[in-house]
Design a protein around this ligand. Structure first.
Ligand SMILES: Cc1cc2nc3c(=O)[nH]c(=O)nc-3n(C[C@H](O)[C@H](O)[C@H](O)COP(=O)(O)OP(=O)(O)OC[C@H]3O[C@@H](n4cnc5c(N)ncnc54)[C@H](O)[C@@H]3O)c2cc1C
Length: 470
């Protein structure tokens, strides 16, 4: 079949993990170490935490450890959609943090400005493109719902553009598109996520003196007396004043983190670079460089890369595996990639000669509030920031800021906000957790087929404050 054949030569590796630019991993820890701040996890949260701790206290002695290599987690595997939202989406923000929505919006804009300033200051080339984000409705009912959202955005002075059926197909041509809503606010856009990880790593090690150890897994962490912490790794012990856990969806040794997030697998495929003639067929990539998502609960996200490939992820291929499954075997998910490829050709039947070069999966840390969950323990000596769900590329820099502020690095009144202090509900134990996620996924698919109308189960979750909103 067409979609299976198109995957035949694809390699099982994130497109972003280009062997030509991937840096050599730094040596693992091999002896006992001491430092002021230990950061565990070499994804965006860990890297941005080291960066911001150094900005606030240049002489801070920092060690960062990563169990495999920098950018091997979600941070080097995501879609690269960079947005200023801190609480997943505007709807989720209004739904859960209505009183603080305005402040969260301002903080998100500030976070994005500082994010991009840092890239400029250190000359980090993360292939950033200011594309905004375009939502596309796939049926008339969704187009009507999206139109209402558009009207509201306009009345609030947002920079949003509406495209009717013909207009949206002139921007990006799919026979499935009924309407488009292009949010052009602020600096939202796309990046190459692994280049960002490796650019941050380079600056931290070579300019700011942060010690990074790769292939170094944290096995456990505990208080050492009343003033210090002791972290045990495979080949050494690290004594530090403070510890930040930036381990996101990976099973944590700290119970409170373990219950606050679940690992949800998300899969992606990427095409080979499209020729000029193929780009003309879809009217995308030359003049319009939109980053897109379809306007449904189980949404696909798709974008162009600098060399005119399309990356395509999300949709019905997203999975939670029983008992917090994070084993690498879940990366090898033929059925998920075939589903993605099939859905790609349904969206762009004109590209029936296109082949896929890469396929990969990654784990998203999903909290019951569908956005970051920070926390602190041991009198401010251990903090964490995890659980950004599907929007962590920008928000993880803010999560890192919160993490270091909770550890006492120039704390501001931001850490007094309910967004930070209010506890997140823990996930139910198994098998309820698995059953609940399965039921919810099915209900979301059903709602998508019914023009977005939420059925009994979703309304029940909404009532409990556990409803997923995009
Ligand atoms: C397929 C996919 C697509 C996504 N698309 C987008 C998108 O387009 N836009 C967006 O905003 N967000 C997206 N996200 C979410 C986003 O990537 C994450 O929210 C973000 O990268 C989280 O960063 P992090 O540093 O907290 O976690 P991670 O990048 O997962 O980093 C955690 C690190 O901790 C390490 N670690 C864990 N345990 C230990 C231990 N015991 N010892 C040492 N190290 C340890 C891990 O190896 C890992 O490298 C996507 C996620 C996935 C998986």
């Amino acid at each position: 079949m067409r979609h299976i054949d198109a995957l035949k030569d694809s390699v099982a590796r994130p497109l972003w993990h280009d062997p030509d630019i991937m840096p050599e991993p730094l040596a693992p820890i091999s002896s006992a170490q001491e430092c002021e701040l230990l950061i565990v996890g070499g994804g965006f949260t860990g890297l941005w935490a080291a960066m911001q701790a150094k900005e606030r206290k240049p002489d801070a002695d920092i060690i960062l450890i990563e169990q495999t290599f920098i950018g091997d987690g979600a941070s080097g595997r995501n879609g690269g959609f960079l947005s200023s939202t801190l609480a997943h989406t505007e709807t989720n923000t209004e739904y859960r943090f209505a009183d603080e929505a305005e402040r969260l919006k301002e903080l998100g804009i500030q976070n994005m400005r500082e994010f991009l300033d840092t890239l400029d200051r250190y000359n980090i080339d993360a292939c950033y493109e200011k594309t905004g984000e375009m939502f596309v409705a796939l049926d008339p009912e969704s187009a009507n719902r999206m139109q209402a959202e558009y009207q509201e955005a306009i009345s609030e002075g947002e920079d949003v553009v509406w495209f009717d059926k013909d207009a949206v197909r002139e921007q990006v041509n799919s026979p499935k598109f009924f309407a488009g809503m292009w949010e052009r606010n602020g600096q939202d856009g796309v990046i190459d996520p692994a280049r960002l990880c490796w650019g941050l790593k380079d600056v931290l090690v070579n300019q700011l003196g942060v010690r990074i150890f790769e292939n170094t897994k944290l096995l456990g962490v505990k208080p050492l007396g009343k003033k210090a912490m002791q972290a045990t790794c495979e080949n050494g012990v690290i004594r530090s004043d403070k510890v930040l856990l930036a381990t996101n969806a990976y099973t944590s040794t700290i119970g409170r983190i373990r219950r606050s997030v679940i690992p949800v697998w998300d899969y992606q495929i990427a095409t080979e670079p499209l020729t000029d003639e193929q780009l003309d067929r879809i009217a995308w990539g030359k003049t319009s460089r939109h980053a897109l998502a379809d306007y449904v609960n189980m949404f696909h996200y798709f974008r162009m890369t600098k060399d005119n490939r399309i990356t395509w992820g999300g949709g019905g291929a997203v999975r939670y595996y029983f008992n917090n499954g994070i084993d690498n075997k879940f990366m090898d998910a033929t059925a998920r990639y075939e589903q993605l490829a099939k859905e790609f050709f349904e969206m762009f039947p004109q590209l029936d000669d296109v082949r896929f070069s890469n396929r990969w999966g990654g784990i998203i840390a999903t909290s019951t509030r569908f956005c970051m969950v920070p926390g602190v323990a041991y009198d401010g000596r251990l903090a964490w920031s995890v659980g950004y769900t599907g929007h962590g590329v920008g928000a993880s820099r803010f999560g890192a800021r919160i993490g270091i502020e909770l550890l006492g690095y120039e704390p501001t009144d931001v850490i007094e906000m309910q967004f930070i202090t209010r506890k997140s509900l823990p996930w139910a134990p198994e098998p309820l957790r698995w059953i609940g996620v399965k039921l919810t996924q099915k209900a979301l698919i059903r709602a998508d087929k019914n023009g977005g109308r939420r059925g009994l189960w979703l309304r029940f979750l909404d009532m409990l404050g556990l409803g997923f909103t995009c």
